[in-house]
Design a protein around this ligand. Structure first.
Ligand SMILES: [Zn+2]
Length: 419
């Protein structure tokens, strides 16, 4: 589903009319119960809100089936949610033999959340309704090397600008930010980021929360991209691996419909896997021979410069590869082969439904073709039998879409169950 918003602005202030994607829907299979003492279990309200928000169950009968509770219990909770203004009835769905069921959805006029996807030199900031629609999105220049306060102040100033039309009539319920480094989710900060001077252990969530006065969540940018991309492919997808191959390399894993962060939040960090082909090349993490040192955009730039070519950025690589320069194309292909080799282990181990390739290098066919061929050659046939290997479809919006999912999952149930 697509939703047309008034405009889309670039960092230069140009206004571009652009249809924007709604936040994809999520499958959240849970089993609800009525509290042992017979009183209504408020957690059921949270689950109902989650299922309606995800588009997984939008009628009372579907909710009862999915939650495993009686229709009368669902009706009781739905009535509470209707009266509290969290959900609304939108019309009649398809009949399964009896009366056509009334459909439910989250009320769009009930507020908004703010999201940002921060990269090394830019950020995408967006306003998202409680009904999961992107109301406005904008790309702005933000240099993370300028430190956390400056970067976050810039993002918040743009949020204020973007959300202006709704500020009075639509309450702000929360914010989420994707950060380009390892994130301590609980503490809401990045830990030992490679290219973010001044950010180590800075309380990002706390800083923004103090300014906005609402719940704030932070996560790794690739995790959010994985969330956004996974749920863009519908409820049938269960397990997916999303790779971001740009100046750096990142990877996010969705298992059984849930983002898998691991014990310390670094799950999916394939970039610092040691590969023999990298020899003892020093990596930004301080170790030697990481995948990043031979398969990232930064690595290709370094290697081409060592050969005397005038390239400075990953965008230079993309442009010259699109012009089919043999030396650049060959190195892009090598990068795809090295990434594919590491991904083989991941894909054999995880057995996902899909591998999504994002980031600037994934716009290059020689890169994608090499990753794909490595996976087909290096994985067990049962693993690749039905494996979808494709470029990401959410494009530059993947991060803000995922950030929207993250914060809405947090604030909607809270709002629905607040007495
Ligand atoms: Zn490393």
């Amino acid at each position: 589903m697509f939703f047309a918003t008034p405009c889309h602005r670039t960092g230069a202030g140009d206004m571009i009319v652009k249809p924007l994607r709604s936040i994809p829907k999520e499958v959240t299979l849970t089993t609800g119960t009525v509290a042992a003492n017979g009183s209504p279990d408020r957690s059921i309200s949270s689950r109902i809100v989650g299922l309606i928000s995800a588009g997984v169950a939008t009628s009372r009968a579907e909710l009862a089936r999915t939650l495993g509770v009686s229709p009368s219990t669902v009706s009781l909770h739905v009535q509470e949610l209707l009266e509290s203004g969290v959900v609304t009835e939108t019309g009649a769905g398809e009949s399964r033999g009896g009366r056509r069921p009334r459909l439910l959805q989250i009320r769009d006029d009930g507020g908004h959340v703010l999201v940002a996807d921060l990269g090394g030199t830019h950020a995408r900031v967006a306003v998202i309704s409680l009904a999961s629609e992107i109301r406005m999105v904008q790309e702005i220049d933000v240099d993370v090397a300028g430190g956390p306060e400056r970067s976050l102040d810039t993002i918040m100033a743009n949020w204020s600008d973007l959300s202006g039309p709704w500020a009075d009539s639509s309450p702000l319920h929360g914010a989420a930010i994707g950060l380009p480094g390892p994130v301590d989710i609980e503490a809401g900060r990045v830990e030992s980021p490679a290219r973010m001077p001044g950010w180590h252990s800075f309380g990002v969530a706390e800083y923004v929360r103090d300014q906005l006065g609402v719940p704030v969540l932070v996560d790794n940018d690739v995790n959010l991209m994985a969330l956004g991309e996974h749920f863009a492919h519908g409820a049938a997808l269960r397990h997916s691996v999303t790779v971001k191959a740009g100046t750096g390399i990142g990877c996010g894993l969705i298992a059984s419909g849930q983002l898998h962060r691991g014990a310390t939040g670094t799950a999916g960090d394939i970039t610092h896997s040691r590969v023999s082909a990298a020899g003892s090349t020093p990596c930004s993490c301080g170790k030697l021979g990481c995948l990043e040192t031979i398969a990232s955009g930064a690595a290709i730039v370094r290697q081409l410069r060592e050969r005397g070519l005038d390239v400075r950025t990953t965008a230079d690589i993309v442009r010259r590869a699109q012009d089919a320069e043999p030396e650049v194309t060959s190195m892009v292909r090598d990068a795809g082969r090295h990434l594919g080799e590491v991904l083989c282990t991941v894909v054999n181990f995880v057995n996902p439904d899909a591998v999504f390739l994002g980031g600037a290098l994934s716009t290059l066919e020689p890169f994608v073709a090499m990753v794909r061929s490595q996976l087909y050659e290096g994985c067990h046939p049962l693993v690749t039998q039905q494996l979808l290997i494709t470029r990401t479809t959410t494009g530059p919006e993947a991060g803000v879409v995922g950030a929207g999912r993250l914060i809405l999952q947090h604030v909607l149930p809270e709002r629905a169950t607040t007495p």
